[in-house]
Design a protein around this ligand. Structure first.
Ligand code: ZN
Length: 431
């Protein structure tokens, strides 16, 4: 799907590597607490790319066996391959040429352990109980779904379903995921999870913990412009120092305000927040795992970042820059809603990584990126003007994938200001 946003073919040796179009991924993740071993099995239904070539997916686990269209391949027929996207941005390239547009099924069996990517978390094998979290990040390549389940790049919408099994314990567990499609066994150690089919690899949240270690509150909030109330699930691990009632009250206020300010809520009928220890926060579609101080920032991302999603990782700077500028998360050097002249004589900054197979957001998105938005606010005649321009951009694109070029065109058309020189210098790093 969304093939026009797929990266163009990449050359690897004498092979042409293409982005396939993934339609469906079904995976089973099995956690055995007795042996502290995990296993994954996945079936990926995909079509070949726009041209014939060797399809690229990713999985940051050790592959044990492979089958293509029912026929066994060698386990190393899907090796990590450098496609020029930068350090750590390798993709696994299937060692079989696939005709453009033809449909196939790839089955993969793998050992489930700490994913092979920067700052990945190990599986929490704790005292007769499992602590597990997808623990995604924009900041390092390979930190989306592909950590645990084979997945394509983030332009590709896919239907994801997971079967989760916890073995070797009698202890009930709680699973929190950002979908209404969860069914579980009576023992609360086996689940079937079906995510919405418009998700991409950066959308799904999954958190599992022993039920006796989870505090959870359920509530609802009435949002402007929505006929039904929005369910609100607020949870924390027992050892996280947070007052859930306070978190819930804040979440209701932010969700109400953002619905009023930026309009359509494009996710499902519930917002899920799992509150964690300080120093972390991650956004998902209509959900977050975040520390108390990061909650506002991450809720904002359900509009910018996961309400409109980056079409490619290179476009991921937009939502971090804008969210930092527009919230009080304390990650910015400029204050919320800052308006400050930005001359064309400061050092150039590259926020948009030009390689089409690059896969991470540069840390400068938070600092230099929010500084750029402060400069744009000044150019536009004030923060209110910039906010109006961005809320129009959100409304036009709500639920869709957005690009850096598309935002530039919108801001220029909306404001009548030629932002080209600022975009060239402070987004593309050209002097
Ligand atoms: Zn963020």
């Amino acid at each position: 799907m969304a093939q026009s946003l797929a990266p163009p073919p990449a050359d690897s040796g004498n092979r042409r590597v293409v982005a396939p179009s993934v339609e469906r991924i079904r995976a089973s993740l099995r956690f055995d607490l007795a042996t502290q071993e995990g296993y994954g099995e996945a079936t990926v239904e995909f079509s070949g790319g726009q041209v014939d070539g060797f399809p690229a997916l990713d999985l940051r686990q050790e592959i044990e066996w492979l089958r293509l269209d029912g026929k066994p391949l060698a386990a190393d027929d899907l090796p990590p391959t450098d496609l020029g996207g930068g350090e750590g941005a390798e993709m696994r390239v299937l060692d079989v040429a696939i005709e453009a547009g033809t449909r196939h099924q790839l089955e993969i069996g793998y050992h489930l352990a700490t994913p092979a990517c920067e700052k990945a978390e190990p599986i929490g094998w704790n005292h007769d109980g499992l602590r597990f979290d997808f623990w995604m990040s924009d900041l390092h390549p390979g930190r989306y779904l592909e950590m645990w389940v084979p997945a394509p790049l983030i332009h590709d919408r896919l239907a994801l379903s997971l079967d989760i099994h916890i073995e070797g314990t009698d202890r009930p567990h709680t699973l929190i995921a950002n979908t209404a499609g969860i069914s579980h066994s009576s023992g609360r150690r086996d689940w079937s999870v079906v995510y919405p089919a418009h998700f991409t690899a950066l959308s799904p949240m999954l958190v599992i913990a022993p039920s006796d270690e989870v505090e959870m509150r359920r509530s609802a909030v009435s949002l402007p412009g929505r006929s039904r109330s929005l369910g609100l699930v607020t949870a924390r691990h027992a050892d996280t120092d947070a007052d859930l009632a306070n978190c819930e009250a804040d979440l209701k206020a932010w969700l109400t305000y953002l619905s009023s300010r930026y309009e359509p809520w494009v996710h499902g009928d519930t917002f899920w927040a799992v509150v964690w220890a300080p120093g972390r926060g991650m956004e998902y579609d209509g959900a977050t795992t975040a520390s108390v101080v990061a909650l506002e920032h991450e809720v904002f991302h359900s509009w910018f970042g996961r309400g409109v999603k980056p079409a490619r990782a290179s476009d991921g700077w937009i939502d971090e820059a804008w969210t930092t500028w527009a919230t009080t998360s304390g990650r910015a050097e400029v204050s919320r809603f800052a308006s400050a002249e930005l001359g064309l004589d400061e050092p150039p900054v590259e926020l948009y990584r030009p390689h089409p197979w690059s896969r991470s957001t540069p840390p400068g998105a938070y600092t230099d990126g929010s500084r750029l938005f402060a400069g744009l606010a000044h150019l536009f005649g004030g923060a209110d003007r910039l906010r109006a321009a961005m809320s129009d951009w959100y409304r036009v694109n709500a639920g869709g994938l957005v690009t850096t070029d598309g935002l530039a065109a919108h801001l220029k058309a909306w404001s009548g200001v030629d932002i080209g020189p600022w975009w060239a210098r402070y987004v593309h790093g050209r002097s």
